[in-house]
Design a protein around this ligand. Sequence first.
Ligand code: ADP
Ligand code: MG
Length: 254
Amino acid sequence: MTHGSGDSRAGLTSGGNGSTPLILCEDLWKIYRVGDVEVRALQGVNLAIDRREFVAIMGTSGSGKSTLMNILGCLDQPTRGRYRLDGLDVATAKPDLLAELRNRRIGFVFQNFNLIPRTSALENAQLPLFYRGLPIREQRRQAAAALERVGLAGREQHYPTQLSGGQQQRVAIARALVGSPSILFADEPTGNLDTSSSREIMGILERLNCEDGITIILVTHESDIAAYASRELVMKDGQIVQDVQRMPHLSVTS
Ligand code: ADP
Ligand code: MG
């Protein structure tokens, strides 16, 4: 197993400084206003995550997990507090720089797969490269390689409805991988899957972390899923109430 290939993508920027945490949150708040009601979804989150970590965020429904994840993934901004991603202050970064970051350095996987219907696995996986304006031939080549990486070689022309839930989630992971992200965010990726598909998906994430050095941040409310991570955060009422480091990479795949 070589770690060399992962080094080039370890930092988000070419000048990425290894001593700054990849993710650094200071006193993050997110307040939603719905009519007259104020919902404090995040209440002063402080968090540092290093490159190559595999972090599970746990907590009951409504505790703020998705809100935090969306901010960390630059899909949303905090109401107040500071978020630095590889040293970059996300609040003041130019929108096109953030869009570029999201396209090139960050991958997302969601509970509902979010695949485009009536569109082949290959075309779904190609999408981020299409937005990058890569030549179509190159889009197809890289998308096919990503599908192969998640064990879907031979399924390129299948539509989502012709694939099992676990296979659809693997297409979604392939789509997240085509851009060679340095961070992968997964919000309840096994929430709609049976036990054996869940194991397969977690095995893939574990491999991406161990072998390719991709930082993984995973939201789940199942402790056997969280057990794949080397660090576990527990959220309650918009705060991190527990932060436990496990022995690094005690593999739980059978
Ligand atoms: P989790 O992912 O842990 O279930 P969320 O981050 O989705 O929790 O939600 C945290 C709190 O913020 C909940 O009380 C939820 O109702 C509220 N919330 C989330 N998104 C919005 C929104 N767009 N508008 C208003 N309230 C929201
Ligand atoms: Mg959620």
